[in-house]
Design a protein around this ligand. Structure first.
Ligand code: F6R
Length: 242
């Protein structure tokens, strides 16, 4: 695991964008695993700007998102499909048909999870998997105690994650407690895993991920076992590292 400590969230976003740009130079038909949440937004803006300037193109790229809420239609403003369209896909030259988000509203969720895994394999696997980290060490919606070899599946969210994400829902609005998420085993098969963490609220999780034991209590600690995991943190998120 390579840990890169940078001054600010802007530096983290630029460094991350450089890695995507280099991958696109190597292979314009790359396959990217993408994340939602606050952390990657600046990176997406950086990529949008570089796309606008013609420095990189997503014309041949295929994407697979990490996770989606169960029982929210794709059109719901809090669905991760809606987030990805409005924060990223609508602003770049990607073919929308090449973007996939786990289906949160499938009639048969178990079959849909198997299909999602098959689609990733059929695409040749993921070149770069982008991740954020939850305060409890989750990656995707693989909450603490998740099996470290898990595959795409339905997962119950912890109280902490529900509370952390409540800020995106208005008072009284239905907030799902179930999700569909790539598994830790799925994530670990990506050729490069790129985890971003910024801000002091992530410092304890970053410490557990980097310096703690590899344990299902901190799902992100599995990345210690990945042959090419890069962790980009700002000074605040790195503040508890030894
Ligand atoms: C998002 C995801 C989550 C987030 C994590 C951090 O697709 O899978 O694991 O990366 O909850 O969220 P933020 O970036 O909002 O702090």
């Amino acid at each position: 695991m390579k840990v890169v400590i940078l001054d600010t969230p802007t530096d983290v976003a630029r460094y991350g964008a450089d890695l995507f740009q280099q991958q696109l130079q190597r292979n314009p038909a790359s396959v990217f695993g993408l994340a939602t949440g606050s952390t990657p937004v600046q990176l997406y803006r950086e990529l949008i700007e570089r796309n606008r300037q013609g420095l990189l193109s997503f014309r041949e790229v295929r994407t697979f998102n990490l996770d989606e809420y169960m029982d929210l239609p794709a059109t719901h403003p809090q669905s991760y499909r809606h987030f990805m369209n409005s924060e990223f896909f609508d602003h770049i030259d990607i073919d929308p048909a090449n973007t996939r988000v786990p289906p949160g509203d499938a009639a048969d969720p178990i079959a849909a999870c198997t299909d999602y895994e098959r689609a990733i394999a059929d695409a040749g696997g993921i070149d770069i998997q982008l991740l954020g980290i939850g305060r409890n060490g989750h990656i995707g919606f693989n909450e603490p105690t998740s099996c470290l070899t898990s595959r795409t599946r339905v997962k119950t969210l912890t109280r902490e994650t529900i509370e952390d994400n409540a800020r995106f829902f208005s008072a009284g609005e239905h907030q799902p407690h179930l999700s569909v998420t790539m598994g830790i085993g799925t994530i670990m098969e990506a050729r490069l895993v790129l985890l971003l963490a910024t801000g002091e609220s992530k410092a304890a999780a970053v410490k557990a991920m980097v310096e703690g034991p590899v344990s299902a209590w901190c799902p992100a600690s599995a990345l210690q076992m990945h042959p090419a995991a890069v962790v980009l943190v700002d000074e605040a998120a790195a503040s508890q590292l030894s």
